[in-house]
Design a protein around this ligand. Structure first.
Ligand code: ADP
Ligand code: MG
Length: 433
């Protein structure tokens, strides 16, 4: 654990990370652009961070995930250039503008490698061209994001998707539609280029859930994403109508070993699928789980028991995701018995990730337990694990009580203070000005 911040005292006020309003986002990005480039941008585009409601570590197994888009967005003021130069600036780097050449940049580990956040922006232009959507032109861009960085809320995909919708418009790719009337098939193509940018240019071997959420969610809905084929269903998720809030708890914890552990989970799943003779663990249905676990136990693999627990998580998590979708899909308010069942599915997801998949950490477990004890209907870690964020489904009038309980529990454990945000299911990437 890295403790970089002062420890909070019990009774400290919970700190909420605010989302910029669209107007504030436009103003902040435009002002930065004008200050640094001395001209007005062609427009301002944005893309949201995301949080996954349920369906964790299922994406690379061809299973289901259920993310929502956050009101927290990356804003990008951008102006098309006539040449192939890319100039980038952010509030943290406003003293020096980064200058890149679209003809010279290339994947991580090659001479054209692009540094830090520039890889997520310039990388999308590079990937769009590699995916046959070029040639594009260069551009100047100013980034202003309020997606918490590295909190498991997909600040990286927000950069990529904001860039993709901006380039789609200024280079007339005709693929995105608008946030209100999205062209979903076109957006699915843009998603692929964003994933390519993240995998190849930034060198992060992530699945496609983050980019799909940022680009393809709908306001007031969760996105049922079938990671086998990228198909989506929009599931009504109007929490406010039921007097509920999805509270995000950013643990601020970042444990080492994350990369190695992620790879180890992936390869355990691949080996289990191979032993079971299926392409992906999503091919094992819930009814066939016990038989599959028996075969893994008898496989003679040195780590057979590990393969059993990893498989049990993945298959049961896909079932839980399907169950939550079926609770939500008719759009009836989440109250009474249905609310209790939704909360129980979230709790069971966390237990499975803690015990069978072993990707939680003390900060995540303490956040979840404290939230439940303070009255949350259900709570779970979200994202890859080993830090990042947890979510709790709470009555809207209990948000403060639950947040305070988590702050106090963190103080009692000597953890750095967490941050909170209100996860209102919001609109996908689009243009603001
Ligand atoms: P997450 O996507 O969960 O927030 P990642 O590690 O995937 O975490 O992405 C974080 C990276 O994205 C940062 O290291 C940085 O390179 C880039 N990034 C995201 N938002 C910003 C920002 N506002 N300013 C600069 N870099 C950013
Ligand atoms: Mg990311």
């Amino acid at each position: 654990m890295t403790l970089t911040e002062p420890q909070p005292a019990a009774g400290s006020e919970p700190v909420f990370s605010p989302a910029l309003s669209p107007q504030e986002g436009v103003e902040a990005a435009t002002t930065l652009f004008r200050d640094c480039f001395g001209a007005a941008p062609d427009g301002v585009w944005y893309a949201p961070g995301r949080v996954n409601v349920i369906g964790e570590h299922t994406d690379y197994n061809g299973g289901l995930a259920l993310p929502i888009a956050l009101p927290h967005r990356a804003h990008l003021a951008l102006r098309r250039r006539e040449d192939r130069t890319i100039r980038l600036v952010s509030p943290q780097t406003r003293e020096s503008i980064d200058v890149l050449d679209l003809d010279a940049i290339g994947p991580k580990g090659t001479p054209g490698e692009v540094r830090h956040w520039n890889a997520y922006v310039a990388g999308v232009a590079w990937a769009l061209e590699r995916d046959g959507l070029g040639p594009l032109s260069g551009f100047d861009a100013a980034l202003y994001s309020c997606v918490p960085l590295g909190g498991g809320l997909s600040s990286s995909a927000a950069l990529e998707c904001a860039t993709a919708v901006a380039l789609n418009d200024v280079c007339s790719l005709g693929l995105a539609g608008t946030a209100q009337e999205p062209d979903d098939a076109g957006r699915a193509r843009l998603v692929n280029s964003c994933i390519r940018a993240e995998n190849e240019m930034a060198g992060a071997p992530t699945g496609g859930m983050d980019q799909s959420a940022s680009m393809r969610c709908r306001a007031g809905h969760a996105l049922e994403l079938d990671c086998r084929d990228g198909s989506v269903t929009h599931v009504p998720f109007d929490l406010a109508a039921a007097g509920l809030t999805l509270l995000v708890i950013d643990t601020k914890a970042k444990h080492s070993l994350v990369d190695g552990q992620y790879g180890a989970r992936r390869s355990a799943c691949e080996r289990a699928a191979e032993i079971l003779g299926v392409e992906l663990l999503a091919d094992i249905t819930g009814g066939a789980l016990e038989d599959a676990l028996g075969r893994l136990r008898e496989s003679g693999a040195a780590d057979a028991e590990v393969l059993v627990t990893r498989t049990r998580h993945v298959v049961s998590e896909i079932d839980r995701t399907r169950d939550l979708v079926s609770l939500l899909q008719d759009g009836a308010p989440l109250v009474g018995e249905r609310l209790a069942r939704a909360g129980a599915l979230m709790d069971a997801s966390h237990e499975s990730l803690r015990v069978d998949y072993e990707v939680t950490c003390p900060e995540l477990d303490v956040a979840v337990e404290a939230a439940r004890e303070a009255g949350a209907h259900g709570a779970r870690m979200t994202g890859g694990g080993f830090g990042g964020s947890a979510i709790a489904l709470v009555d809207s009038d209990a948000v403060d009580t639950v947040a305070r309980a988590v702050v106090d529990a963190y103080a009692a454990h000597g953890f750095a203070a967490p941050a909170f945000l209100n996860a209102v299911p919001s609109a996908p990437a689009g243009r603001l000005a």
